[in-house]
Design a protein around this ligand. Structure first.
Ligand code: FES
Length: 266
């Protein structure tokens, strides 16, 4: 049976020929985005309960733990207003990386701006797409945020390393792990999977080459294939790493405020 394309043209906001529950995914994603933004902003301004262990006043007999929201931990000069904690000065890096992420753009354009709310669903502002220009030109900074994200991965590796160094007698340190170490380790794994599946990284390692054969080009081809495989799951890694970074901060908040105990495993 022939289809009249003109009859399938959706006009009003939300109008669609789709019969599936297309609105469930953007609704859940919108709720997750709002919940994370509210929580991260609150914790950024909370400016307390973000570290514990060796070298701090809280649980000094533990290995050192730092919330990923406060990493790298800055020592602020005294003239900085007290309500501006160190997290506010570092959060722009992961926030900028996630905000400009190619996957995240699709997700929050749909979930938060309904522009469009879903595939083949009429959008709120029609015929206004001008590309990522004007204010949206900042999305082009993603390739530069990638370099900062790679630095953050290094910082996370360092924090997991620190979380494995436990004070021993007579000022020495010994290897050990606690439940908190595993929380930071899982966060590191998902952050790394998210960063190493980035579209910009894929271009960085394999782009601008006409031919992959010979010498260093073959190494770049292998890297490109690895990033491409991970890239298939980039959206999943985005959400998993968002959850694990939030949970890691929450766990450290709970332990450092003495609401729960970080159990040492060995
Ligand atoms: Fe998502 Fe680069 S495209 S992190």
């Amino acid at each position: 049976m022939a289809t009249d394309a003109a009859a399938l043209h959706e006009e009003r906001f939300g109008e669609t020929q789709r019969r599936d529950a297309w609105w469930v995914q953007p609704l859940l994603m919108g709720a997750a985005f709002v919940a994370f933004i509210v929580y991260a902003t609150f914790r950024g301004f909370w400016n307390a309960d973000y570290e514990y262990g060796h070298g701090t006043d809280v649980l000094p007999a533990h290995a050192y733990f730092l919330s990923p929201f406060y990493s790298p931990l800055l020592a602020l000069p005294s003239w900085v207003p007290a309500f501006l904690g160190p997290a506010i000065f570092v959060m722009w890096m992961p926030a900028g990386f996630r905000l400009t992420c190619y996957y995240a753009r699709k997700a929050y354009y749909r979930a938060l701006f309904a522009d469009p709310p879903g595939c083949a669903v009429a959008e709120y502002c029609k015929n206004n797409y001008k590309g990522e220009r004007g204010m949206w030109a900042f999305q082009n900074l993603h390739r530069y945020f990638l370099y900062l994200a790679l630095l953050l991965v290094c910082m996370h590796i360092y924090h997991v390393f620190e979380a494995c160094r436990w004070p021993a007698g007579e000022g020495g340190m010994t290897f050990g792990m606690s439940a908190g170490t595993l929380v930071l380790l899982v966060d590191l794994v998902f952050l790394s999977l998210y960063v190493f599946s980035c579209h910009s990284l894929r271009h960085l390692v394999g782009g601008r080459l006409d031919c992959f054969s010979g010498g260093a080009h073959e190494s770049r081809y292998k890297l490109w294939r690895g990033v491409t495989k991970l890239n298939d799951f980039h959206g999943t890694f985005f959400w998993m790493s968002l959850f694990t970074v939030g949970f890691a901060d929450f766990y450290i908040w709970m332990v450092s405020s003495a609401r729960i105990t970080d159990i040492r495993l060995f």
